[in-house]
Design a binder for this molecule. Structure first.
Ligand code: NAD
Length: 432
């Protein structure tokens, strides 16, 4: 199948590479010349485990192409996938649809023959109708259908999730469009759940899923606060809860709040859509507010740990919004760092993958270390903010020798609390 993908970000690029690996002819389109030039030169523009090898393989084998030209990418395509950003609107916090509207309008004139236009971006309910209207207005003779094809990949696991999806949801209102998507996902037939629903249901499934997961995280964080007051241990509580198959063990890790490019914006967009439709979403609103407070509470904990110390030096491990990615968008770590900067803190940070993206956000307002131990030299407190596996292996004896004060605020419960306390650390984890 000939596929054009608009947007080469965290969704568009792994999707393009994955579809090429399945044997399709894929052209990735992006309006950012710097991204396309890099990709054409063989340089991958974001970090995702396993992406680079597959990218090179498919370029080499002639199935994966890159262009800034909408015409080149859309002309003769059987399927055009829209994977552009839908960031929060700066004022209303609803999903800002300007990139979707621009993409739909720009692609319209290059459609040739019957084409399915699939929206992979997370979009408000009813967007399919809007995209349909925009294409029809620009090119009244175009023969096309618009389907909703929401993306459920997890950043950091994008390649794995592309090839092993929990489910594929397709919102298609015509049989013809359904058949094109069935053909695309034929390699997954019998291996995953494929759900064909109304387009508006499909658009809603994505928001309903993300909001639910955000609420689950907020819930376990509140439970962690409760455990701290009562002497229970949130790790044990979460384990006990997770063994109930109705609850499940995932998304029960307490931490500094949810972040990333999806949960914060999608909860706000869902809340906005609900208000527009006269529906009160009390749980989602509580999660949004609680999550904002959570990051402030974590920053306050770190500052309390160094209270009374003159010009305290704060060592930060982790800047990405979670492990496995270089993405710092809406990262709780970055927001906590921002709070600390506002209080004039002297911060030295290390992240295995996200140093460059973090530099774009905070520049020289913090210092960057080469590795975990370099952050600790003369530090008064260590704050662990992202759950990178390598932080678990931190040698506490070495840390004790390097630090000026032996204090740890572990916002991810990565460190062995007992061992840290035995070595004389003032250790504070989450919910225990
Ligand atoms: P991103 O910002 O990383 O990438 C979007 C890309 O689209 C950018 O490279 C931008 O230059 C390009 N673009 C914008 N308008 C364009 C146009 N008119 N023509 C060509 N290119 C254009 O975004 P992302 O993280 O990949 O997210 C894309 C969508 O997928 C969003 O709606 C998001 O909510 C959704 N989503 C994201 C994830 C995730 O983990 N990041 C997961 C599921 C769904």
């Amino acid at each position: 199948m000939k596929v054009g993908i608009i947007g080469t970000g965290y969704v568009g690029l792994p999707t393009g590479v994955g579809l090429a690996e399945l044997g399709n002819q894929v052209t990735c389109i992006d309006r950012e010349p710097s991204k396309i030039n890099a990709l054409k030169a063989g340089k991958i523009t974001l970090y995702e485990d396993g992406l680079e090898d597959l990218f090179h393989k498919n370029v080499r084998e002639g199935r994966l192409h890159f262009t800034t030209s909408m015409e080149e990418g859309v002309k003769d395509a059987d399927l055009v996938i829209i994977a552009v950003g839908t960031p929060p609107h700066p004022v209303t916090k609803e999903a800002d649809m300007k990139y979707i509207h621009a993409a739909a309008t720009e692609l319209a004139e290059y459609l040739t023959g019957y084409t399915v236009v699939a929206t992979k971006s997370t979009v408000p309910v009813g967007t399919g109708d809007v995209v349909e209207g925009l294409i029809h207005k620009k090119n009244p003779s175009a023969d096309f259908d618009v389907v909703s094809l929401p993306e459920f990949l997890r950043e950091g696991f994008a390649v794995h999730d592309f090839f092993h999806p929990d489910r594929i949801v397709v919102g298609a209102n015509t049989e013809k469009a359904k058949n094109v998507i069935k053909e695309l996902y034929k390699p997954f037939e019998g291996k995953t759940n494929m759900l064909f629903v109304k387009r508006r249901s499909s658009e809603t499934i994505k928001y309903a899923s993300n909001a639910f997961l955000a609420i689950k995280i907020h819930y376990i964080n509140e439970m962690a606060n409760f455990c701290e007051k009562t002497g229970a241990d949130i790790n044990e509580v979460a384990k006990g809860m997770g063994l109930d198959s109705r609850i499940g063990p995932r998304f029960l890790n307490p931490g500094p709040g949810y972040g990333g490019s999806c949960f914060p914006k999608d909860t706000m967009a869902m809340s906005f859509m609900a208000r527009q439709n006269g529906v009160e979403m009390t749980l989602i609103n509580a999660a949004i507010e609680g999550n904002l407070q959570r990051k402030k509470q974590m920053a306050a904990r770190i500052l309390t740990a160094v209270e009374g110390i003159e010009n305290p030096k704060i060592a930060v491990l982790g800047l990405a919004f979670k492990d496995g990615t270089d993405d710092c968008r809406e990262s709780p770590a970055m927001e906590i760092v921002g709070e600390l900067i506002n209080r004039g803190a002297n911060i030295t940070a290390y992240d295995p993958k996200a140093m460059e993206t973090a530099k774009l956000l905070v520049g020289d307002k913090i210092n960057y270390a080469e590795d975990m131990y370099s952050t600790l030299k003369d530090a008064d407190v260590l704050a662990i903010l992202t759950e990178w596996g390598e932080f678990k292996s931190l040698d506490l004896n070495k840390a004790a020798d390097l630090m000026r004060h032996k204090k740890i605020v572990d916002c991810r419960n990565l460190i062995d609390a007992e061992k840290a306390q035995q070595l004389g650390f003032n250790y504070q984890g989450i919910g225990r």
